[in-house]
Design a protein around this ligand. Structure first.
Ligand SMILES: Cc1cc2nc3c(=O)[nH]c(=O)nc-3n(C[C@H](O)[C@H](O)[C@H](O)COP(=O)(O)OP(=O)(O)OC[C@H]3O[C@@H](n4cnc5c(N)ncnc54)[C@H](O)[C@@H]3O)c2cc1C
Length: 443
């Protein structure tokens, strides 16, 4: 019987170190980084990354054969809960999206030559990457509809692919070294075998990063030509007769869907756990404010409606943490990159960001006007957290996946609902009627 909620004491010490590192180094340092570009930031961050490497915590998401720590999803989830306290923390540990997901994709799909070129440098933190799937003029919740095309060709000396299409929300494309591109290679194939994955390196002629799109995270930019000169931008990218060598195809033609699924399972657990880190941080601010701010001669925390917000938030937080850890555990049990934990992963993908936003919203409420200002981190946490109800698949899509899985396990019943009380009573009477009669006469 294994049903254990405890954390291994040695690992608990590691988690405590990470928490101190995030709260006392990364969060305060980032308060001073306004206006620095990526080159300056990389120089500033290098010693922090070195410290993480010295601790043996760098790139915990893949196994040692790919240059990572191979910790398994449960430990990774616990680490991500702490890293989630600040959006920059995963970068310092070499496990930030979209690089970690791209590394997972390359680990399963790339051949050794491709791994040498892109995967291992990515794992060492020498390269940055982007994942380009979403298209502005295609409902990208349904990847079978994608229009970006890859056509194979040859000039007699070498084989290559010609790429044409329009992508957006390709996170970090303005500062990354390569993008992993999802493009249709055979429009006549069955829907889930039409697309393939390619690596397109920065500077390849025909690939243009048009702009970083203004968003709730960065409301101030949107003009064509506006490129965010540090990680965190969401880019619009156009491919016009962009030619890449045949060796830039990852896996086989038609494996794009398969590879994208392998990329997303672990990433969704880490996203969800980072949400919990955000929610936990908001919850701590909520408690502090409730204990410190007074109204009508007593702390806010003595008002019953404030207590209601605290209790509801704690219930949400505990429930969210447990379902994410269960999904991580389920993923560790399988050897299929999350396919067998698909239902659990869809559940956390829509349930956890929603709970997180509710907790941050309550924390803002308890802070009153201060919560709405940029003097507190809550407004930024709320704006950026909103993305997670859309990124990596909209809530509705994950609800559908989960509901379909649950319904698969159920057979239709005829003629009555199996819980129909008069029917069940009649059946019970047949089975137990004599026993009831036997005791009825007792005094
Ligand atoms: C901050 C952020 C970062 C992102 N990073 C990346 C990235 O790095 N790379 C990348 O390729 N993409 C990225 N995305 C894009 C994201 O994955 C897509 O936005 C998402 O898959 C939805 O696609 P769409 O925007 O085309 O919405 P659509 O597919 O047009 O859907 C719009 C809405 O319709 C509803 N809907 C859609 N399908 C269904 C359905 N089957 N049933 C019921 N309702 C439905 C949902 O409410 C959905 O939100 C990012 C998005 C955000 C916000």
């Amino acid at each position: 019987m294994a049903w254990d909620f405890s954390t291994d004491p040695e690992f608990a010490k590691t988690l405590a170190w990470i928490r101190t590192f995030v709260d006392e180094t990364i969060i305060p340092l980032d308060l001073l980084c306004e206006g620095l570009n990526q080159k300056q930031l990389d120089a500033l961050w290098a010693p922090l990354k070195e410290e993480v490497k010295q601790k043996g915590l760098w790139a915990p998401h893949l196994g040692p054969e790919h240059g990572g720590q191979g910790m398994g999803q449960v430990k990774l989830a616990l680490i991500h809960e702490i890293l989630g306290r600040h959006s920059l923390a995963p970068e310092m540990f070499g496990c930030q999206g979209p690089d970690s997901g791209n590394a997972e994709l390359l680990a399963v799909g790339a051949d050794e030559k491709q791994r040498e070129r892109w995967l291992y440098p990515l794992m060492r933190g020498e390269l940055r990457s982007t994942f380009s799937m979403t298209e502005p003029f295609t409902a990208s919740s349904d990847p079978t509809e994608m229009t970006t095309r890859a056509t194979r060709d040859s000039d007699g000396k070498s084989d290559f692919w010609i790429l044409n299409g329009h992508k957006w929300f390709a996170s970090n494309a303005s500062v990354s070294d390569f993008t992993v591109l999802f493009a249709v290679t055979d429009p006549t194939a069955p829907p889930h075998q039409r697309a393939s994955m390619f690596v397109v390196e920065r500077g390849t002629p025909g690939m243009t990063v048009v702009r970083d799109v203004g968003s709730m995270a960065h409301p101030h930019f949107s003009e064509p030509g506006h490129l965010y000169d540090r990680i965190g931008g969401h880019s619009e990218v156009v491919f016009e007769n962009c030619r890449v060598p045949a060796g830039n195809l990852i896996g086989k033609p038609g494996e794009g869907f398969l590879l994208s699924q392998k990329r997303l399972g672990g990433g969704r657990i880490h996203h969800a756990m980072r949400c919990i880190g955000q929610a936990q941080r908001a919850f701590e601010m909520m408690l502090e404010r409730a204990a410190s701010r007074k109204t009508k001669g007593k702390p806010l925390g003595q008002q019953q409606m404030v207590q209601d917000m605290i209790a509801e938030s704690y219930a949400d937080l505990e429930a969210a943490r447990l379902i994410v850890l269960k999904a991580a555990w389920a993923m560790d049990q399988g050897d299929d990159h999350g396919s067998s934990a698909r239902g659990e992963i869809s559940l956390i993908k829509f349930a956890v960001p929603r709970m997180t936003l509710e907790i941050i919203d309550r924390a803002i409420q308890i802070h009153g006007a201060l919560g709405y200002t940029t003097d507190m981190p809550l407004e930024e946490m709320y704006r950026t957290g909103r993305a997670l109800r859309i990124a990596d698949g909209a809530d509705e899509v994950h609800k559908q996946t989960l509901a379909k899985q649950l319904l698969k396990q159920v057979k239709p019943v005829e003629p009555w609902p199996s819980e129909h009380v008069p029917t069940r009573r009649a059946e019970a009477k047949k089975r137990f009627g004599a026993r009831i009669e036997a005791v009825r006469g007792l005094r």
